[in-house]
Design a protein around this ligand. Structure first.
Ligand SMILES: [Mg+2]
Length: 93
């Protein structure tokens, strides 16, 4: 399975926790990428890149679109702001 994880306020909320999580992802034969709202002009540089297949710098684009354009088909998203993944519809009743 491929997991896409956000960086700012997700991984940065507890780097040790998420780095251990990413190690477990790999040990179980799964894959992870970082899908960040950052632009490539502000790269991440705290060791996270060593633990994932790739970092997709989505910038202002919807993350689902940017990641697909980068060639990835994500199974699970982890993000503190899921509204950045794809357009959302609010349910009302
Ligand atoms: Mg975030």
């Amino acid at each position: 399975m491929l997991i896409a994880i956000d960086y700012d306020k997700t991984i940065t909320a507890d780097r040790l926790f998420w780095h251990e999580f990413l190690g477990m992802v790999r040990s179980r034969g799964h894959y992870a990428i970082v899908a960040t709202g950052r632009k490539s002009t502000a790269p991440i540089d705290d060791g996270t890149k060593r633990l994932v297949m790739s970092v997709v710098y989505c910038g202002d684009r919807m993350k689902s679109w940017a990641v697909e354009q980068a060639g990835y088909n994500v199974d699970i998203w982890i993000d503190d702001e899921p509204g950045h993944i794809e357009p959302q519809r609010k349910l009302s009743w």
